[in-house]
Ligand binder design. Structure first.
Ligand SMILES: Nc1ncnc2c1ncn2[C@@H]1O[C@H](COP(=O)(O)OP(=O)(O)O)[C@@H](O)[C@H]1O
Ligand SMILES: Cc1cn([C@H]2C[C@H](O)[C@@H](COP(=O)(O)OP(=O)(O)O)O2)c(=O)[nH]c1=O
Length: 195
């Protein structure tokens, strides 16, 4: 089973990745962008150097995604794969910019993934006051520093992107306590099958 955790920055994805690692020690844990050696280079180009052209930025995220599918997802397809972000973030962050049409984004992402999509997505959803509290405690990168409203718009688009892609999704309140969220995700893994 290829399960992905989605949510805006500070929603709790890394926290849940760490908790799930303990509960499923044999699973494959990965992330986008940066889940492969080439992807790490692309990630630093995107998040540290920064790219001015929106098309170049999109193509770099797509290149990272293609490499990740071929090098990580396909080789572990018969096991449990848990990924911090996926094609759903790819669509959602791009849809908010409105630089590309959703149909065009679907087409580009189908090309990049070769049609290999997550089996299930968990979206960790934050209310605005909690988002503000969490952001106040965090040093932000080039994308995050675009502001709270921007992140809330992306949060809405995460759910829309999952729908457009046809990926079954569970939205979980990110303000629940860490263990409760982990248990809900664990339940999905067990009911939908560990592989
Ligand atoms: N369920 C939760 N309740 C309260 N705080 C949380 C919860 N999950 C994560 N946090 C805290 O919120 C911040 C962001 O969490 P993190 O897992 O790094 O988010 P992300 O990986 O989505 O950016 C961290 O300080 C973390 O300890
Ligand atoms: C996967 C993906 C991420 N992003 C953004 C979301 C995040 O702001 C950033 C990287 O995500 P993330 O790994 O969550 O960053 P961090 O570990 O610093 O919290 O890239 C896109 O804009 N497009 C994409 O296709």
């Amino acid at each position: 089973m290829y399960l992905v955790l989605e949510g805006i920055d500070t929603a709790g994805k890394s926290t849940q990745m760490a908790a799930l690692r303990e509960r499923f020690p044999d699973a494959c844990f990965t992330k986008e962008p940066g889940g492969t050696p080439a992807g790490e280079r692309i990630r630093s180009l995107l998040l540290e150097t920064g790219v001015r052209s929106e098309r170049a930025e999109m193509l770099l995220f797509l290149a990272d995604r293609s490499e990740h599918i071929e090098e990580v997802v396909l080789p572990h397809r018969s096991e449990l794969i848990v990924s911090d972000r996926s094609v759903i973030s790819g669509m959602a962050y791009a849809m908010v910019k409105q630089a590309f049409e959703p149909d065009e984004l679907l087409h580009l992402n189908r090309f990049a993934t070769g049609g290999v999509l997550p089996d299930f997505a968990v979206v960790l959803k934050l209310e605005e006051p909690e988002l503000r509290r969490r952001l106040a405690g965090k040093e932000q990168d080039a994308i995050e520093s675009r502001g709270t409203e921007y992140l809330l718009a992306i949060q809405d688009e995460l759910e829309r992107a999952a729908r457009l892609l046809g990926i079954p999704t569970l939205v979980i309140d990110a303000a629940l306590d860490v263990d409760t969220i982990t248990e809900q995700i664990e339940e999905i893994i067990i009911t939908k099958g560990e592989s």
